[in-house]
Design a protein around this ligand. Structure first.
Ligand SMILES: [Fe+2]
Ligand SMILES: [Fe+2]
Length: 191
């Protein structure tokens, strides 16, 4: 699918607000790719498509899970917030026809993070939370870390923020988020 057609499809799949968020993530990801030496075009594309499955209802999620034989754990099956990134990777691959492991991984893990994240995965995860439209306590600290070359510190800070918020709200925490945090702490201790 041509990039312009993907954008047109996204305008249908997303709310206007979410589409603007996607453009913001794309621009932020491109900037970060330049700073950290990743592929700027891929970063932009991944940013644009990352939330493509955000507004799928349970029925539509089940349809795609069945159609593409998507494997998800019980928590992911129950939660649209978790499932949209996993299903989004399949929509990106099979509907947008983007068969690129870097982009697909970045879409897939943009909500929970993962152990041993690639540079592109880190970029999209962080661009999602620091794009220009985001406004929450601590976002400027994250931006400062990202733009001063401290990508892993920013990632850990963001994991901490998310996990703390989940605890505060009394929500469950996906094990992949905990594993991602443990992994990055151990990586940073090795350095
Ligand atoms: Fe998302
Ligand atoms: Fe997002």
């Amino acid at each position: 699918m041509k990039f312009n057609d993907i954008c047109e499809r996204l305008k249908v799949l997303l709310t206007e607000k979410r589409y603007i968020h996607s453009v913001n993530v794309a621009n932020c990801a491109k900037e970060m790719a330049k700073l950290y030496g990743a592929d700027e075009e891929k970063a932009y594309i991944a940013g644009m498509v990352h939330d493509c499955a955000k507004y799928f209802n349970k029925e539509k999620r089940d349809y795609y899970v069945d159609k593409y034989h998507i494997e998800m754990d019980d928590m992911e099956k129950r939660s649209g917030a978790l499932a949209h990134s996993v299903i989004g990777a399949y929509v990106t691959k099979y509907i947008f026809e983007i068969d690129d492991e870097e982009i697909l991984g970045a879409v897939r893990y943009h909500t929970t993070g993962n152990v041993n994240m690639s540079l592109m995965e880190k970029i999209i995860y962080l661009a999602d939370v620091i794009e220009v439209g985001r406004d929450y306590p601590g976002v400027d600290e994250l931006r400062e870390l990202v733009y001063s070359g401290k990508l892993d510190e920013a990632l850990l800070k963001s994991f901490d923020n998310t996990i703390s918020l989940m605890i505060k709200k009394g929500n469950t925490i996906h094990p992949r988020s905990v594993a991602a945090r443990n992994f990055i702490i151990e990586e940073m201790q090795k350095k």
